[in-house]
Design a protein around this ligand. Structure first.
Ligand SMILES: Nc1ncnc2c1ncn2[C@@H]1O[C@H](COP(=O)(O)OP(=O)(O)OP(=O)(O)O)[C@@H](O)[C@H]1O
Length: 689
């Protein structure tokens, strides 16, 4: 009561109009974290308003609400300023990109606010003089805490805004510099600026025109410092604050529910009415990207080298048949060391007339296919060797193997059971590695076929035909008859590379943006998520094009994998895949708050995708529901399309090719919708809470 009378007596007759008005502001982060409990304050035009209060009382939350970064649950905020460019906000933390230099930070924020390069340089020189800034080429990361705060303050003042909101600008600074800052703020207020400043140093706030004392989410008192001291009969603001706390604590602390009157914010705050896209801000973001690419050369090299490394390693490691495989032989018809004494090759000999051994012929053919032969006498001993992985397979020739073959060939269907039995080659294999066992079986069968051809030699023509398989294999319609596994997997590898690399880059770059409040500060400067995403897309698109060219050159020119279709269509498909991967990267960045979680989600989803997309195994071989759903997995149809383009020369008019494109467009659209929905639902850094 006494205070009110005293205040009324001291009140100015015609106070300046309000520049910022907050009425009954309520904000809670959760039911147990009510931070603002009906804050009301008035900041007069061209004055300095010192917002004082202990740590955690809600000062930063209130400032965030004023700049529009955080939304009130209840209450009204009225700002005199028209647009976001009218506000200069210095957050409590640094919130500046640590990898940029001071000069680059000035250029970045200056461009956001539409300053010309000359204006930026002039402003830099001015602040350099005023705040004694470090050399302009120094990285933010390498500055001391005090130097960082000075740069941060200079950035908030850079575009000469009418309303300045400064969250503890003097914390940690030496007294001379704090003094300089306060003097400068006083000059600014007399030049027509309005300033809200928070500080822990209560006495420092004596220089403010008005002081608001805040505790537990309410303003306990608000007046000129000298009025407060006079009315409360104190000699310092510290004492006033102590007195206020003792008077009001009980009233304030227990007031936890929201007010009944539901007056909500009606007037749009500058951030809300900000345009979604402005060329100057897009240009600023592009500049920042360029600075960061230049600074972060390691990342740039990695993005350019990774496709090359993956493609080279793929061609070196995958698809070639294994060589020098150990195979055991039990040869009962002749000591295999003596094979060299007998005719191996087709020498116009006929095994019906000459002394030739079928076992020796087969060993010769296996040697030609680089198999290493190990001799065994005992079958159990040889099987033990298979179990110990010393040999992969075992072949056993009966003591009269060649003789039985001769009889079988000569007597045909009249051959006895013994003859038939002894003419069989016995074969055991280690099937724990299915691909190896298939290869060995194939090679043994082919070697046997070649060995038989040599054995019959020039016996007579019909015999040659009788012993060969009853099939005529003509030239392949697509591909070659001797196509390798590499050629089958190459399109899948290319598509996965083109899909996966943009996912990693986009996810990590977009998550980096939100690190340490950097995004918050930039958004508060007016930048929008759309501008950031578009500027990133330009960089990513450039990478996608370069990566596609690298991969095509290495996979199809350097390593000579078949590519008989249109290069333009193949290249376009890779670009579409890359763009879809990029949009999926946005989804991961929006769906996860940390690099760690996004990394897991990215690697996990890609692993699933690789299993189902037919990259390593034909989709027709999938089982159960995967068989019916794998074509709906991203890039399955794109891989089929690329295989059609490269191996079969198909063009756009072929269903497989246009379906590959259509499927990628649909997935891009789905990812876009998901990322948009995530963005809309996102609270915190990306959107206002
Ligand atoms: N995003 C959030 N979610 C939940 N609680 C939050 C969030 N941000 C702030 N708080 C809580 O709100 C309270 C007020 O925080 P705020 O940062 O506004 O205080 P402050 O007065 O600025 O403190 P200081 O001077 O230490 O910066 C704190 O208890 C804090 O833990």
């Amino acid at each position: 009561m006494f205070y009110r009378m005293c205040r009324d007596a001291l009140q100015l007759q015609h106070p300046p109009p309000a520049s910022v008005e907050v009425r009954s502001a309520y904000k809670k982060y959760s039911s147990s974290a009510i931070v603002l409990r009906g804050v009301s304050l008035t900041v007069r035009r061209n004055t300095i308003y010192g917002l004082l209060g202990p740590s955690g009382c809600g000062k930063t939350t209130l400032l965030n609400c004023i700049v529009g970064q955080t939304k009130l649950d209840n209450g009204i905020i009225n700002l005199e300023s028209n647009g976001i460019d009218d506000i200069g906000y210095m957050p409590q933390d640094l919130c500046l990109d640590p990898l940029l230099s001071i000069e680059e930070i000035f250029i970045y924020f200056g461009t956001i606010f539409g300053l010309s390069r000359n204006e930026i340089i002039t402003r830099y020189k001015y602040f350099n003089n005023l705040f004694d800034l470090p050399p302009r080429n120094m990285l933010i990361n390498n500055l001391s805490g005090g130097q960082q705060r000075r740069v941060s303050l200079a950035i908030a003042l850079l575009h000469n805004p009418t309303l300045l909101i400064l969250d503890e600008p003097t914390v940690g600074l030496d007294p001379i510099l704090s003094e300089k800052i306060w003097l400068h703020l006083s000059d600014l207020s007399s030049e027509g600026k309005t300033i809200i400043i928070t500080t822990h140093y209560i006495e420092e706030a004596r220089r403010a025109h008005t002081v608001g004392m805040m505790r537990s989410g309410v303003i306990l008192s608000e007046d000129a410092p000298e009025n407060l001291m006079k009315c409360y009969g104190c000699s310092s603001l510290e004492d006033v604050f102590l007195k206020l706390c003792m008077i009001d604590t009980s009233k304030v602390i227990h007031k936890t529910s929201l007010p009944i009157d539901d007056e909500i914010q009606k007037k749009l705050l500058p951030l809300d009415s900000n345009k979604k896209f402005e060329t100057r801000r897009f240009r600023a973001q592009m500049l920042k990207n360029r600075f960061l690419l230049w600074r972060n050369k390691q990342m740039t090299y990695l993005m350019l080298c990774l496709p090359v490394i993956i493609t080279v390693f793929f061609n070196m490691a995958i698809g070639s048949d294994p060589k020098n495989i150990n195979i055991g032989i039990i040869n009962e018809e002749i000591d295999f060391r003596n094979c060299v004494n007998f005719t191996y090759k087709h020498n116009n000999n006929c095994f019906l007339d000459d002394k030739m051994y079928g076992s020796c012929q087969l060993i010769y053919q296996l040697n030609k296919r680089t198999y290493k032969i190990k001799n065994y006498n005992d079958i159990e001993d040889a099987k033990r060797s298979i179990k110990k992985n010393k040999i992969w397979a075992l072949l056993r020739f009966n003591f009269n193997y060649t003789e039985s073959l001769k009889n079988r060939v000569s007597t045909g269907r009249d051959s006895t059971d013994d003859v038939i039995d002894h003419s069989f080659l016995e074969f055991w294999v280690d099937d724990s590695d299915r691909y190896m066992s298939i290869l060995i079986e194939r090679d043994v069968t082919l070697s046997l076929s070649d060995a038989l051809k040599n054995l019959v030699g020039s016996c007579n023509d019909s015999l040659d035909k009788v012993i060969s398989y009853p099939i005529k294999i003509h030239d392949a319609i697509y591909g070659s008859n001797s196509g390798s596994f590499t050629q089958f997997v190459a399109p899948g590898t290319v598509c996965i590379c083109m899909f996966f690399l943009p996912i990693i880059f986009t996810t990590f770059v977009m998550l980096d943006e939100q690190n340490d409040g950097i995004l918050d500060r930039v958004l508060t400067s007016g930048m929008t998520y759309l501008e950031i995403a578009l500027a990133h897309s330009v960089v990513q698109f450039t990478y996608i094009c370069i990566q596609a060219i690298e991969i095509l050159i290495i996979m199809y020119i350097f390593y000579g994998n078949p590519f008989i279709g249109s290069v333009t269509i193949g290249f376009s498909l890779l670009i579409v895949i890359g763009i879809t991967g990029m949009i999926y990267g946005f989804v991961l960045a929006l769906a996860n708050d940390s690099h760690f979680a996004a990394g897991f989600a990215g690697i996990g989803s890609n692993f699933l995708l690789m299993c189902a997309c037919g990259f390593i195994w034909p989709t027709q071989g999938a089982r159960h529901f995967v068989k019916y759903t794998n074509k709906f997995v991203p890039i399955t149809l794109a891989i089929e399309a690329l295989r059609g383009i490269t191996m079969r020369g198909w063009s756009f008019d072929h269903k497989a090719v246009y379906m590959g494109f259509i499927s990628m467009f649909i997935w891009a659209l789905i990812f876009y919708i998901i990322s948009y929905a995530l963005y809309k639902s996102k609270k915190g850094t990306w959107r206002k809470v």
